[in-house]
Structures are given as structure tokens and as C-alpha cells.
Design a protein around this ligand. Structure first.
Ligand code: SAM
Length: 267
């Protein structure tokens, strides 16, 4: 394995689902640049018997099926033999919630073995003895871990240095600084009557940067105030927000003057 190359191994009963995923966009580019290597292992190949069964009924009764431990254990052992430095991840709605900081953490690792569950999930003894980390992509239940594995691989890969044009484009993304990213515009200059903000056409880079920071702050404040609470604002950002406060106070003051005028008019 070359220096800095990240190795993803996905354990699934539906490996074909990944063929298209590996073949497009940034993931394909990262493979071509030799920044990542990717492979799938079919859990069914490790199942015993003529029918290669990977699931069975739950002890204690109840509906649904559970993924049997033996094929999973054998598939994980084979993956570890291939990539011993990897972290073994189980995709599960019960895991710690995946976000940009976990993506950053994963992007710095040498390898991930991603175990995709199906049915009611995997036998608990796999979680106990064969898994280092449990990851959920959000508080909802998917039919299988494959789409969750793709989310994890996608978000981690684009943070590997050299994968995007410059790391800069990842650094300015939403969440990377606990701020949502500013708005983007491209040609045409007028689209169905809507204009591109004048400042972006000015060529004044200082003003453009100021506008971007301000729209970034406004968006975060309006859409995801929770992000701001975990962030220490710098002096420039505080100045921008203080200016909003003054503007808002001015508007409120004008309103209250107007309403007291109309009240006295009523009398
Ligand atoms: N019975 C399980 C429970 O309630 O916790 C859910 C099983 S789910 C139908 C089948 C598989 O989809 C899981 O084993 C897991 O691999 C995957 N999965 C479902 N939701 C997920 C999520 N939010 N994040 C990551 N993986 C998920």
C-alpha cells in the first residue's frame, strides 16, 4: 500500500450495489489518483452449506430475521487479514451519529472495514467481539447498511488530502467551521428575472469575501442556530453580528414610533 492511501472494504450480501458507486465522480477520481482502494466482500461467500444461508430466525421469537454470526465473523477475519490496520465499523441505527467531524476522523485512518447489516440486524455477538465502532447516519431506519456505508465512504474520501482540487474547497464547506457555506451563483447573470448579487460581479475580492462570510453567518443563524452555539466567533464575525443587532434595533425603533403615532391618531 502506498503512503497515505486509504483502504475501504465493504462487507455486504449485495456487493453489486457498489459497482456504480465506485465508477462515478470523486470516488472514481480518488481511485484513479490512488488515494483510496476499494473492495467488497460478499458475506454469502463465507456461509456454509448448499444454500449459503446468511440469516436465521431470532431466538426468543418475534418477527424478522437476524444475520448469522458465523459467516459475518469469517468475512470480518478475512478482511482483517487483508487490511490489519483497519477500523472495523458496523453500520447500525444504534451507533454514534456520523457527522463532519467523524468524517474527518475517518479520513485520517489507514483503512475502514464497513459491515452492512440487513433484516433485523446482526447477531449481538458480532457487535461485542468483532467490531471497533458502531456508526449511524441518522435517526431513521434503512433497510440495509449499504447506503450508509456509501455515505461514510463518500464524506471521508473527499476530505483526504489531494482528492478534491485543493483542500481549500473542503475547508470552506458547510460544517467544516461550524458554519453553513455561503450561496453560490453561476451563469447566466439573469435567470428568470433573478439577478446575481452585484458584489460578486465587482471583481473586488475583499468585498466578495466579506459578503460570503456575512451570508454564511446569516444562513447558519437562520437555518442551524445550534451550530453557532458550539463555535467561538472571531472579532470580524462579532462585528458583523453586532451590526445586524443595530440594524434590527433601528427597524424595531421605527416600528414602535410608527405604532405609537397611529395610536395617538386613533384617539
Ligand atoms: N432492527 C434494527 C434496529 O431497530 O436497530 C434495524 C435493522 S435495519 C432494518 C437493517 C440494517 O440497516 C442494519 O443492520 C444496519 O446495518 C442498516 N441501517 C439501518 N438504519 C441505519 C442507520 N440509520 N445508519 C446506519 N445503518 C443503518
Amino acid at each position: 500500500m502506498s503512503e497515505g492511501k486509504m483502504n475501504f472494504i465493504v462487507l455486504t450480501i449485495f456487493p453489486e450495489m457498489f459497482n456504480s458507486f465506485w465508477a462515478h465522480g470523486i470516488i472514481r477520481k480518488a481511485i484513479e489518483l490512488d488515494k483510496i482502494s476499494v473492495s467488497t466482500i460478499n458475506i454469502r461467500d463465507f456461509a456454509k452449506g448448499r444454500h449459503k444461508v446468511t440469516d436465521d430466525r431470532p431466538y426468543g421469537g418475534g418477527c424478522g430475521m437476524v444475520m448469522k454470526p458465523e459467516p459475518l465473523a469469517a468475512a470480518i477475519r478475512a478482511s482483517v487479514a487483508r487490511a490489519p490496520y483497519s477500523r472495523r465499523i458496523l453500520l447500525t441505527p444504534q451507533g454514534r451519529v456520523f457527522d463532519q467531524s467523524v468524517a474527518r476522523e475517518f479520513a485520517s485512518l489507514q483503512g475502514l472495514i464497513l459491515v452492512c447489516g440487513r433484516y433485523e440486524g446482526v447477531d449481538e455477538r458480532i457487535c461485542d467481539d468483532f467490531i471497533d465502532d458502531e456508526i449511524s447516519i441518522g435517526d431513521y431506519v434503512l433497510t440495509g447498511g449499504e447506503s450508509a456505508a456509501m455515505v461514510v465512504i463518500d464524506a471521508a474520501t473527499r476530505l483526504i488530502p489531494g482528492v478534491l482540487g485543493g483542500l481549500e474547497s473542503a475547508e470552506k464547506d458547510s460544517f467544516s467551521r461550524n458554519l453553513l457555506e455561503h450561496a453560490h451563483y453561476t451563469r447566466p447573470r439573469t435567470f428568470e428575472g433573478a439577478e446575481v448579487p452585484e458584489v460578486l460581479l465587482s471583481g473586488n475580492h475583499k468585498e466578495i469575501e466579506k459578503w460570503r462570510l456575512e451570508t454564511s453567518l446569516i444562513r447558519t443563524f437562520l437555518k442551524r442556530k445550534d451550530l453557532m452555539k458550539d463555535r467561538s466567533l472571531n472579532r470580524r464575525e462579532i462585528e458583523i453580528m453586532k451590526k445586524w443587532c443595530l440594524d434590527i434595533e433601528e427597524i424595531i425603533h421605527a416600528q414602535s414610533v410608527r405604532s405609537s403615532d397611529s395610536l395617538s391618531g386613533d384617539q
